[in-house]
Design a binder for this molecule. Structure first.
Ligand code: SAM
Length: 154
């Protein structure tokens, strides 16, 4: 990983081996190349499919009452060793924590997505901005919407 842009700063990093995460699903989107992928998802973007793996399928129970959900995913194709970056859309450099770049020490992406429908063990959503096949880390109801009106019936 040595092809960095002018003025970017790379640091030596250890191979992370703690705080292991479980991938709980996979995200299917129309984008297979980063250059085609939106920089931030749009609520009127294309329908995408979030596939949930067992044993986490029962964790979807009740999610259908929410219009908006937060999707957390692992930007698995990202490098993780830049502290200063030179974004392609800018002629300035910025610290990694001043950017929403996928290049981060722990490449977690988040979006607020519109929940279109639940289809068995999958969710159909709009508003994503990740590559096809991106691993899913977690789903949460949108924090503003999180006041379940009625508990889901068993
Ligand atoms: N919405 C998220 C956030 O703000 O945390 C991610 C924003 S990031 C700027 C979105 C970009 O990450 C996409 O345009 C694409 O270039 C890149 N990207 C998408 N999926 C990726 C993946 N699986 N691995 C690495 N980079 C990815």
């Amino acid at each position: 990983m040595s092809d960095i842009r002018a003025h970017e700063i790379m640091v030596p990093t250890s191979q992370p081996d703690d705080a292991r995460l479980h991938f709980i699903g996979r995200i299917h989107t129309p984008w297979t190349d980063r250059k085609d992928c939106p920089r931030q998802g749009k609520q009127d973007g294309p329908e995408c499919r979030i596939e949930i793996f067992e044993p986490w399928v029962p964790a979807l129970k009740g999610i259908e009452i929410f219009d908006q959900i937060e999707v957390l995913y692992w930007l698995d194709k990202s490098r993780r060793d830049l502290v200063v970056q030179n974004p392609g859309h800018s002629d300035r450099t910025y610290g990694t924590f001043a950017l929403r770049s996928p290049v981060r020490p722990n490449p977690i992406g988040t979006v607020g997505a519109k929940l279109v429908k639940v289809e068995g063990s999958a969710l159909i959503v709009r508003g994503l901005d990740c590559l096809d096949g991106t691993p899913l880390l977690d789903l949460k109801p949108d924090r503003c919407a999180f006041t379940p009106k009625a508990p889901p019936k068993d």
